[in-house]
Design a protein around this ligand. Structure first.
Ligand code: 5HY
Length: 244
């Protein structure tokens, strides 16, 4: 099967990081192609970034459908463009936030989210409510580490995320940690070892979920709101994205 992993920001080193996290868990028969949009923001850290990220996701799903992708992973914790992507795709489309929430809820009665900038916490809160995890998500905690600082040794990101996670487990009385950014994927194993609780990286969880659904012969419903977009002619910079 072919899984198209989309990094909705335009930073190549993050696309590479996400690619290695996806390949690390992909099954033998799974071909991973990790891409980022041809336009948009270098990091997604606010609602304005999110809007362009959503358009970039739609661009890449459209290309994926033309190239025969069997499933998609949206590798940004805001799950930007998820519903529009599901309208376009025949196969499953999995957002890393939704995947991580499901995985955490199978492993603990309550989980805490540890994310980047405090201002992005509201985006995670909106997803918790939208997906119906308000009774399982016990808290969402920002670390005020910018997305593109995560792999900068000078940011001391690992220690700050570890300490925020340890404090969240106590404050929220939760039993698992959800990492609130695709850029935290490579910290997951070490954090889990140090914290002694399940730590969920959404990129890995989403790849395994996508594989499972394709293996079960399941794809996105084309009945109701996930039916293909209504054909019409867009204008201006959106014109190339007009649904046929
Ligand atoms: C992400 N931003 O996973 C989100 C994280 C965040 O560019 N990739 C990004 O801070 O919402």
């Amino acid at each position: 099967m072919r899984i198209r992993v989309i990094n909705p920001n335009t930073t190549p080193r993050m696309t590479a990081l996400i690619d290695s996290a996806a390949r690390a868990v992909a099954g033998a028969g799974t071909a991973i192609s990790t891409v980022n949009p041809s336009f948009g923001a270098p990091s997604i850290e606010c609602h304005h970034d999110d809007v362009w990220a959503a358009a970039g996701v739609v661009e890449q799903v459209r290309l994926g459908e033309a190239q025969g992708a069997d499933a998609y992973v949206i590798a940004c914790f805001g799950d930007p463009g998820l519903h529009a992507a599901r309208e376009l795709a025949h196969g499953p489309v999995i957002g890393i936030a939704e995947a991580a929430f499901h995985a955490a809820s199978l492993l603990a009665t309550g989980f805490s989210v540890v994310t980047t900038l405090a201002r992005t916490c509201v985006i995670a809160e909106h997803l918790v409510l939208q997906y119906g995890f308000e009774r399982r998500c016990k808290g969402i905690h920002g670390t005020d580490i910018a997305v593109l600082e995560l792999d900068d040794p000078a940011s001391d990101a690992y220690a700050r995320i570890r300490d925020a996670a340890a404090a969240a487990l106590v404050a929220d009385r939760s039993g698992a940690i959800v990492l609130g950014c695709a850029g935290m994927a490579e910290l997951c194993t070490r954090l889990q070892r140090e914290l002694g609780v399940p730590v969920i990286d959404g990129v890995a969880a989403a790849v395994k979920l996508a594989e499972s659904l394709v293996t079960l012969g399941l794809g996105t419903s084309k009945r109701g709101d996930y039916a293909r977009p209504i054909a019409k002619t867009y204008v201006g910079i959106a014109a190339p994205h007009s649904p046929a």
